[in-house]
Design a protein around this ligand. Structure first.
Ligand SMILES: [Zn+2]
Length: 506
């Protein structure tokens, strides 16, 4: 046999695309030609494959070897094609039966010693193979649990190239990897831990019920981070489709815990304000990695000390958050990732960030205003809920406040409210109050005039804008859904109006 083919998978964003690997061995000067838009890492693949085959006891053909990757138009990135290249070369050389690799999909990087190394993006790759009707996929042993999340395909895990060769020759058959039980979820931080801060707790509950972005302002120690960390626990668990989607993103990002490969809970991502644009949005050389924004897909993106983030970074977040997806452009190509994340911003009252009332703070009122103004703009404009948390006084801790409600109790209320909203929005393609455009709020989902009087007065006085008015109405619907009222009452509108910073631009 001098011509052989096998399969691997390339990644375009979060989607896998089948790549056919063809190897032709012909008489002529020894050498290797690789065709079909390979990147630098794929080109180095030939050297790895050559060394690995030798160390697995095989022989790389000393003839003219042409390796084709198709479709040629699709850029090939990363080291995940190594195993497929090795199998196709061995089949073309007659070392393994051509029929054994003809329909096989192979994923994995080769070490020079012939070991098979883990790669990123195995889940989306195996999903693509299953969709394309392939029945068997060979993956690195370290990625077996992740690959086995896909039902319709048989997963063969290999630790070395020699193991694969023995299997293909029929000498030592590999046993398909069977999916183990999903390990128990680690406990989520509980809302019952947050003492006091009734307004903050309420804001997090409303945010969870309506999918509203949230802005928490307050002095250090007021519990902004504690509250933000408890938002994912109030959100419903991911359904099967969402779980696979989120897991695929984390697989490509390389952030999947190997012992618990399926992400079933909304994630919490808290990038530092010094994070680069690539870390936050996505990028990197070679295979494009999704950033914190994409890893927070169907979960929560928390920006603590939000005014410290560069303005350009904050402005960049707006459009992806609105569209629910982000496209990252690189010289090697573009990748699109979903990023339907819920945003939580937190800010201290002043740049020196000492507790309010602390005499150590020397910030002038102007400095404080400037600091908070850093956040204003198109991003904050999309935030429905803006809450100012008071400092927690020692008295509040000692006063024996009533035991706060637990995450389980609040999450149940959130789930009921979400079900009500979903039923009301049926047929619109929307499911959360935060997604309802202003046009529908004034038309199909209008709040009775009698309930709106307070908000209308605020609009007339100029203390809220027309956009701000829409935001109040959205939040009022969520408040009503939580209370089990069919339409928002005047009190619901009043509470929604109160869920705004007095000083922040409306
Ligand atoms: Zn200060």
């Amino acid at each position: 046999m001098t011509l052989a083919r096998t399969w691997s998978v390339g990644l375009a964003g979060v989607r896998g695309a089948m790549v056919e690997v063809e190897v032709d061995i012909a008489a002529g000067l020894p050498g290797v030609a690789l065709v079909g838009l390979p990147d630098a890492v794929v080109r180095q693949s030939v050297d790895r494959v050559r060394a690995a085959i030798a160390n697995a006891g095989g022989e790389f053909p000393v003839r003219r070897v042409t390796i084709g990757l198709s479709p040629a138009s699709m850029p090939k990135q990363g080291s995940g094609f190594d195993l497929a290249l090795a199998a196709a070369v061995l089949a073309a050389a007659g070392a393994v039966p051509e029929a054994a690799v003809d329909r096989l999909v192979l994923l994995g990087e080769l070490g020079l010693d012939g070991s098979v190394r883990a790669i990123r993006g195995v889940l989306p790759a195996v999903l693509a193979a299953a969709r394309a009707g392939h029945g068997q996929v060979v993956v690195p042993a370290a990625n077996a649990a992740e690959a086995a999340l896909v039902d319709r395909v048989e997963v063969l895990a290999v630790a070395t190239l020699a193991e694969l060769v023995a299997h293909l020759q029929g000498a030592g058959r590999l046993v398909p990897h069977v999916r183990g039980p999903q390990p128990a979820e680690p406990p989520v931080p509980d809302l019952g831990d947050v003492v006091g801060q009734a307004a903050g707790r309420r804001a997090v509950e409303i945010a969870a019920a309506g999918g509203h972005h949230l802005y928490l302002a307050g002095p250090p120690g007021a519990g902004k981070t504690m509250l933000a960390e408890r938002l994912p626990g109030l959100l419903p668990p991911l359904d099967e489709e969402a779980a696979l989607e989120v897991t695929a993103i984390h697989s490509i990002a390389g952030t999947l815990p190997p012992e618990a490969p399926l992400v079933t809970r909304p994630t919490f991502e808290a990038p530092h304000h010094s994070a680069t644009m690539a870390a936050l949005i996505g990028g990197g050389s070679g295979q494009i990695r999704p950033g914190a924004l994409c890893r927070a897909h169907r979960g929560v993106l928390f920006l603590d000390e939000a005014p410290e983030f560069p303005r350009a970074v904050l402005d960049t977040l707006r459009q992806p958050l609105e569209r629910g997806q982000v496209t990252i452009q690189r010289a090697a190509g573009a990748a699109t990732f979903p990023c339907r994340a819920q945003l939580v911003l937190a800010a201290n009252p002043c740049p020196c960030a000492t507790a309010a009332g602390d005499t150590a703070c020397t910030c002038s009122p102007l400095e404080r205003r400037r600091y908070q103004a850093r956040l204003s703009g198109p991003l904050l404009d999309r935030v429905d809920l803006r809450v100012e948390l008071p400092p927690v006084t020692r008295a509040a801790w000692l006063d024996g406040l009533p035991a706060p409600e637990s995450t389980a109790v609040v999450a149940a209320r959130v789930a009921r409210a979400r079900a009500v909203a979903r039923a009301r929005l049926a047929g619109t393609g929307l499911s959360l109050n935060s997604e309802v455009p202003g046009r529908l709020l004034r038309d199909r989902f209008a709040v009775p005039r009698a309930s709106l009087r307070l908000a209308e007065r605020a609009l007339e006085r100029g203390s809220i804008s027309v956009r701000g008015f829409d935001r109040v109405v959205r939040v009022a619907w969520t408040v009503a859904d939580l209370a089990g009222r069919a339409v928002p009452s005047a009190d619901d509108v009043a509470e929604a109006l109160g869920m705004r910073l007095q000083r922040a631009a409306a």
